[in-house]
Write a protein that binds this ligand. Structure first.
Ligand SMILES: Cc1cc2nc3c(=O)[nH]c(=O)nc-3n(C[C@H](O)[C@H](O)[C@H](O)COP(=O)(O)OP(=O)(O)OC[C@H]3O[C@@H](n4cnc5c(N)ncnc54)[C@H](O)[C@@H]3O)c2cc1C
Length: 342
C-alpha cells in the first residue's frame, strides 16, 4: 500500500493499513510528518453534522480520540468540552432546532439550550439578542500536532515506512491496473495507492486522468496568550458579517485549549479559493472585532500569532472516499475535509 501524503488523513490511514497487516509506505515531498495543513487546524472535532455519513464518521473519530491516551499512552490534549452554535435570530434558532432534531435521530447527544444555560457555559457572553444555542457535550478538541505525531510513531511501530522529501510525479498503469509509482527520486512497485494529498489531491488525481471535485479554500486562524480557563466548548457564532472597513465573513469559532490559550478561526465570505498560505493584515482586526463584541472580557487578551492554511474542500463539504472504478487496484481515499480529523 502506498499512501501519498503524511498529513491528517495519510498518517492515521497508514496506522490502520499497517495494523491490518499491509506493507505500507507513505511518501511526502515535505521534510517531515504533519508539515502541510494538519498543523494549520485548530483542533476541533465534532460529530454534530447534519449529514448522516459525516456524523457517523466523526462519531468514530471522537471514540478514537477519547480512548487514545488509555490505549496508546500518549497525551494528545483530548478535551471533551463540547461545541455550541449560537442563535441570534429567529431564523437561526429555527434552523438549529431542526438540525438538533435530525442529529438526535442519528443518536447524537445534542440539545438546544436556553440563553441562561448558554450564559453558564460561556461566562461573560454578550446576551444582547441571544436566543440560546445548541450544545453537544461529547464533541471536543485535541492538538493536531500531538495527535498526528502519536499516530506517526505507532504506525512506524507497526511497520509503516515513511519517505520524506519525495514527490509523487507519476502513477504507472498497465492493462488498466496500477502497477507502480514514480517519484522525483525513485520508482516503486505497488497495486494499491491512497491519495491523501490534501490541497494537492486534485493534482494527484490528474496523474491517472481523474478530475476530482476538490478545491482548496484558505482560512486564517490565531492563538492568544494563556489565561485562566473560563469556558470549555468550541463556540460557533454563525451570524454573517458585512463590514466596509474589515471585510465580510460567514462565521467564526473559538475555544480555550488546555493551556488556557484561545484558538480562533474565521470563515471568509465569499470563500477564498486557491493555495495562497500567506497570512493577511485584514484577518485579525476583522475577527478581533467580532470576538470582543461577543465576549467583551477578551478585549485585553494578547494575540501570540496568526496563520493561514487550506481546507481541501468538496462541493458539499463531505469527504470523498472510495475506490476508483476504471483503474483496477487503485484505492483512492481522498482528503477528509472540514472539521474531521479521522
Ligand atoms: C485555519 C484552519 C483551521 C482548521 N481547523 C480545523 C479543525 O478545527 N478541525 C479539523 O478537523 N480540521 C480543521 N482544519 C482543516 C484541516 O487542517 C484539514 O482538513 C486537514 O489537515 C486536511 O488533511 P489532509 O491529510 O487532507 O492534508 P494535509 O494534512 O495537508 O496532508 C497532505 C500531505 O500530502 C502531501 N502531498 C501532496 N501532494 C504530494 C505529492 N505529489 N507527493 C508527495 N506528497 C504530497 C503534502 O506535502 C502534505 O503533507 C483547519 C484548516 C485551517 C486552514
Amino acid at each position: 500500500m502506498i499512501i501519498i501524503g503524511a498529513g491528517s488523513v495519510g498518517v492515521p490511514t497508514a496506522l490502520a493499513t499497517a495494523k491490518g497487516g499491509l506493507k505500507t509506505l507513505v511518501l511526502d515531498f515535505l521534510p517531515s510528518v504533519a508539515q502541510a495543513d494538519n498543523k494549520h487546524a485548530i483542533g476541533g472535532i465534532r460529530a454534530t453534522h447534519s449529514n448522516i455519513g459525516k456524523a457517523l464518521l466523526c462519531k468514530r473519530s471522537i471514540e478514537i480520540f477519547s480512548e487514545w491516551e488509555k490505549k496508546y499512552g500518549d497525551d494528545i490534549w483530548w478535551h471533551q468540552g463540547g461545541y455550541t452554535f449560537l442563535a441570534f435570530s429567529k431564523e437561526d434558532e429555527k434552523v438549529l432546532k431542526a438540525t438538533v432534531k435530525l442529529q438526535k435521530s442519528f443518536g447524537l447527544n445534542i440539545d438546544f439550550l436556553t440563553t441562561e444555560r448558554v450564559k453558564e457555559l460561556i461566562p461573560g457572553i454578550n446576551e444582547k439578542g441571544l436566543l440560546g444555542g445548541t450544545y453537544s457535550p461529547e464533541d471536543g478538541n485535541a492538538s493536531p500536532l500531538l495527535s498526528l505525531h502519536s499516530f506517526f510513531r505507532h504506525s512506524k511501530r507497526l511497520g509503516a515506512e515513511y519517505r520524506f522529501n519525495e514527490k509523487v510525479i507519476g502513477i504507472d498503469i498497465k492493462k488498466n491496473k496500477i502497477v507502480g509509482i514514480k517519484t522525483n527520486k525513485a520508482k516503486y512497485k505497488t497495486s494499491a495507492v491512497i491519495n491523501a494529498a490534501g490541497a494537492q489531491a486534485k493534482e494527484v488525481g490528474k496523474l491517472i486522468g481523474l478530475d476530482l471535485p476538490i478545491k482548496p479554500e484558505s482560512h486564517e486562524a490565531g492563538i492568544t496568550e494563556p489565561v485562566k480557563k473560563f469556558f470549555s466548548p468550541m463556540v460557533v457564532d454563525v451570524r454573517p458579517y458585512t463590514d466596509e472597513k474589515f471585510g465580510n465573513s460567514k462565521n467564526y469559532y473559538f475555544y480555550q485549549n488546555n493551556e488556557g490559550k484561545i484558538l480562533f478561526c474565521l470563515t471568509p465570505s465569499p470563500n477564498i479559493i486557491g493555495i495562497d498560505r500567506r497570512e493577511t493584515s485584514s484577518f485579525l482586526p476583522q475577527i478581533a472585532k467580532r470576538m470582543v463584541q461577543l465576549l467583551p472580557r477578551l478585549k485585553n487578551i494578547k494575540i501570540r500569532r496568526t496563520w493561514r492554511g487550506l481546507y481541501p474542500m468538496t462541493k458539499n463539504g463531505n469527504p470523498l472516499v472510495g475506490k476508483v472504478g476504471e483503474v483496477g487496484g487503485t484505492l483512492m481515499l481522498l482528503v477528509c475535509v472540514d472539521k474531521v480529523l479521522c
